[in-house]
Design a protein around this ligand. Structure first.
Ligand code: IVH
Length: 684
């Protein structure tokens, strides 16, 4: 092992301490003391040192929080102490019953309780050795859980180093904040993936992801509320345990309350039943815990749940209403989402008029019809959802909801992209509903690379009606752009128009990649550009020709033919050409003669001197003036010169123009190209 300078080891150690401290200030206390920039600087330095000295990387280094690994699976591990669940109650009477039982067993007139919010997340056990994070386990069946350490490390509020070097196991909840839940569901809706029904499912689904980068990108958070074997640390009560957890650096819910008797618990419950909407995470009740650990020990537990705690759930927020109609929304990726238009109803503080029906499978499964009486609930306390229909109340006028046969926005064909997908999409790449997304692709770096056209600008251009298809960006005038209002000044306009002008002469493959032909990404775009050399040649290519090209399968070929068959595509191509966008590249590089060296002598029939040289080069060959042993072939035309003699002397192979063309045809076809087409495109 190489010697690592002591200063480096110390610096790495110091950086980790510092970074963890600032992490704690930011994610646990919500009270940062340095700027994001300063934080990034520390992180960058640590990454740099760890790259240089990989031997120094430890599993609890802050650099390990960013994900980037793909796990093969999760191994199971036994819990040190079983992870119990809780009994539920829903009413004040039941909670008074619970208190009565406890007072009876403990033989006390009043019992102290800790009332905590019941976080709707996933329970987790965290193990630390000498203050360092060692492992995170899910509850599993209560006896054995899954080791999700790598994923939990991405949760910034979970300390990788405690503020005291203790060996300890703690438990709590990993949850997904409401905003994040909403964002991810919107994204999933657009991608046509099934939605997470609530934040708990979302958190659980995320923790079980094998791609740790994906986990890191979803901002999970934590609240810790339980110390395993608290007596080891001299703790006498739950209230002390919460304080202890805070001291160790865990994120502890700030709303827990020490209650002198059960009435104060009921008050707490009544208060939070209303106030829960103030929170940016979802809570579904209150957990009531006997405060004293001695008392907890006396009460004991059943095999499933402790007798000293109970979950006092909030009432489910449901309301009854009727489905007046079903409308269809078309998302940016073309996903058709059915939306129920409801008779307005008061639900958990807001008036609900609409509810997403997710997809047509969902409607079928729940048997929801237009005219039905239904129960609505707020999924995750946020998104109104139809829980069930009430078929008993049908009168016979209700109508079943059928998936539309065409897109309600453009009238285009609809269908599924793959059989596994639940979503139905509009398949027309030019559907106006998809225009913003299409423009984003069109001007992206991989395509026409118009830097000044960001997402916000695209929104403005489309919303103002200035841009109705992608070719329209080449027709924008300074006057029109100035109408877009404040923030779009003369300089911005001049710069943007300049960039758009430059975008007209990007390489052909970039233009093809930008068109948004389904299943055609940059790689296939390159193949197509090289093969066809012009957008027109591509647009007129037959299914058979396309399919014969190496790297292009039948599905992609079909998608390309469909795309160019669309009259709107033709219109856009015409507009692009008219605007002066470069849609051809004279001859593309076919590369069929790569590695071969040619020389030419005499006059050819089909090519001038310049042409044959250029042609050979375009085919990837090397062309030399003089014949030497390094020449593979000499092409011999009429009235050859001395080169032919030399070739004979050196035993260099010779071929006539026709022989050359046969040789070429053979190679071209072996590569899957169409020879006729190649010759045509060469001629331009
Ligand atoms: S105490 C043995 N406290 O609710 C003690 N649980 O329905 C058991 N939960 O599995 C847990 N917030 O995942 C406790 N403040 C809180 C909680 C809480 C949420 C979850 C926990 C538990 C489930 C039972």
């Amino acid at each position: 092992m190489r010697e690592i300078p002591k200063e480096i080891i110390e610096e790495v150690e110091k950086l980790r301490e510092e970074i963890e401290y600032h992490n704690y200030r930011y994610y646990v206390l919500n009270d940062p003391v340095i700027t994001d920039e300063e934080f990034d600087k520390l992180m960058k330095r640590l990454i740099e040192l760890e790259k240089k000295y990989p031997e120094l990387v430890t599993p609890d280094s802050p650099t390990q929080r960013v994900g980037g690994r793909v796990l093969e699976g999760f191994k199971t591990e036994r819990h040190t102490v079983p992870m119990l669940s809780l009994d539920n109650t829903y009413s004040e009477e039941e909670i008074l019953e619970f208190d009565k039982r406890i007072r009876k067993t403990l033989q006390e007139a009043e019992v102290e309780y800790v009332a905590e919010l019941k976080i709707d997340g996933v329970s987790i056990a965290l193990r630390y050795e000498e203050g360092r994070f060692k492992m995170a386990l899910t509850r599993g069946d209560g006896l054995e859980g899954e080791d999700v350490s790598e994923n939990v490390k991405t949760v910034r509020s979970v300390p990788l180093r405690l503020r005291k070097p203790l060996t300890v196991e703690v438990r709590g909840e990993i949850y997904m904040p409401v905003d994040e839940f909403r964002r991810i569901n919107e994204e999933r809706q657009e991608e046509g993936l099934p939605l997470f029904a609530n934040p708990r499912n979302a958190a659980a689904g995320t923790l079980r992801q094998l791609d740790t980068s994906e986990v890191a990108s979803r901002k999970l958070d934590s609240f810790i509320y339980y110390v395993v074997e608290p007596e080891k640390y001299g703790l006498k009560s739950q209230w002390e345990a919460l304080e202890f957890l805070k001291e160790l650096g865990f994120k502890v819910n700030p709303h827990s309350r020490l209650c002198r008797n059960i009435q104060e618990v009921v008050d707490y419950w009544n208060e939070w039943k209303e106030r829960k909407k103030e929170l940016d995470y979802w809570v579904d009740g209150v957990v009531v815990k006997v405060n004293g650990f001695d008392s907890q020990r006396v009460l004991g537990e059943t095999s499933k749940a402790p007798r000293w705690a109970i979950a006092f759930k909030f009432p489910a927020e449901q309301a009854r209403t009727r489905v007046i109609d079903v409308t269809i929304q078309v998302g940016r990726t073309g996903v058709l989402t059915p939306v129920a238009e409801l008779e307005p109803v008061q639900l958990a503080g807001t008036v609900v008029k609409r509810a997403s029906l997710h997809n047509f499978d969902y409607i079928k499964e729940k048997d929801i019809r237009i005219g039905d009486h239904v129960f609505v609930e707020k999924a995750g306390g946020i998104i109104p959802q139809i829980v069930k229909s009430i078929p008993e109340l049908r009168t016979g006028v209700e109508r079943e909801i059928e998936p539309p046969e065409s897109c309600p926005v453009c009238g285009g064909k609809v269908g599924k992209l793959s059989p596994e997908e639940v979503a139905i999409r509009c398949l027309n790449p030019h559907c106006p509903a998809k225009l913003k997304r299409a423009l984003k692709t069109f001007v992206s770096r991989d395509a026409l690379d118009v830097e000044g056209l960001g997402e916000k600008f695209i929104e403005k251009l489309v919303d103002s009606g200035l841009v109705k298809d992608m070719a329209d960006i080449f027709y924008l005038t300074p006057f029109e752009l100035a109408q877009l209002g404040p923030g779009v000044g003369q300089r911005t306009i001049a710069k943007l128009l300049q960039e758009i002008e430059e975008a007209k002469s990007r390489p052909l493959y970039k233009l093809i990649a930008g068109l948004g032909i389904p299943m055609v990404g940059q790689k296939i775009a390159k193949t197509l550009a090289e093969h066809f050399g012009s957008l027109d040649a591509l647009a007129n290519a037959s299914y058979e020709t396309l399919q014969d090209i190496e790297g292009i399968g039948p599905e992609v070929a079909r998608s390309i033919v469909e795309y160019f068959r669309n009259p709107k595509t033709r219109e856009i191509l015409e507009k692009l050409k008219k605007a002066g966008v470069k849609t051809e590249e004279k001859v593309t590089k076919y590369d069929v003669l790569r590695g071969l060296t040619f020389a030419v002598t005499g006059t050819l029939r089909r090519f001038t001197r310049e042409e044959i040289l250029e042609f050979l080069e375009k085919m990837g060959a090397k062309v030399v003036d003089n014949v030497s042993r390094n020449v593979d072939y000499l092409i011999v035309g009429e009235n050859p010169g001395s080169k032919l003699e030399k070739a004979k002397a050196l035993r260099v192979k010779t071929m006539s123009e026709d022989e050359f063309l046969h040789f070429l045809k053979d190679r071209v076809e072996k590569k899957g190209y169409d020879f006729e087409e190649l010759m045509r495109s060469w001629k331009g």
